[in-house]
Write a protein that binds this ligand. Sequence first.
Ligand code: ADP
Ligand code: MG
Length: 325
Amino acid sequence: ATMPPLLSAIANAGRHGVLVKSAVAMERLGEIDVAALDKTGTLTEGAPEVTDVRPLPDSGLDADGLLALAAAAEHPSEHPLARAIVGAARGRGLRIADAEDFAAEPGRGVTAVVEGRVVRVGRVEAHVGGAGEPGKTGEPGKTGDCMHSAGDGMHDLGDRMHAPVTGTALTATIAGGATVVLVTRDETPVGTLALTDRLRPAAPSMTAVLTALTGTTPVLLTGDNASAAARVAEATGLTDVRADLLPEDKVNAVRGMQDAGRKVLFVGDGVNDAPALAAAHAGVAMGRAGSDLALETADAVVVRDELTAVPAVVRLSRAARRLVV
Ligand code: ADP
Ligand code: MG
């Protein structure tokens, strides 16, 4: 018996290492006319390394103390940055204390009680340390305002952090393209950690093929800082870069494009990407490092972590649709 074209396309996608969840999902993948890509864990491998540990002078902590504190708070998290911080602490043979009352805020960071004190590890405000080039955020000035909605003093922390880090090597670290996270203890900044991640080798070719298929260069949507985003964009051939985005900013960016009549393919991996995956015309999640929520929300999952499979599946869908019509 001959299989309906969309079903054989699903079988073919499986051979490329992509699990497409339904015939409808397979069909939508071929209808997209622009792609929006997450950075960390999607264009990059999602296995960052800690490259700099910088306690603040009056924190009373040395580098190992700061790393151990951050690792204790991050231990329950499955975020790539958390795994890198815990891995670095283990690599240095540090004792990781138990954490209580752990809470993760997607796209922002984590909070936990470590040895009786509230420890937070998370994003540094764009304006902190003079890193302040907010990039093309689409809606200038909006990102900073969003921190108010966190309603938990993170905005104030950014302000208080401003003085201690301005003019330090941190500015250079951020400008060099690293991801920098701030560690606070009882709402007082105690230091920063810098992390860098490797680009996936197939990221430039995937971008080129998606550009050829849609006639539009894909858009980069990331929660990371503008310099880290620019570094990856340059290496990948992307020109439309929106950095410092909170999860709600990512979904708004996708909705904005769709309201303008585009059909968006969103490719992402994190819990923070789930709303954008749901809002997009078609959503594809990176399977290996991907969060459960992203995998559940996506129309298709790249099981073998090969980025070139993403445009391959778009092509398979288009070929199947030609047979259906
Ligand atoms: P991306 O959009 O590039 O995949 P995320 O939205 O996951 O990145 O994270 C955005 C930013 O939020 C990170 O660059 C970091 O500053 C902060 N962040 C998110 N989760 C964590 C965490 N578990 N620990 C520390 N910082 C975090
Ligand atoms: Mg990500």
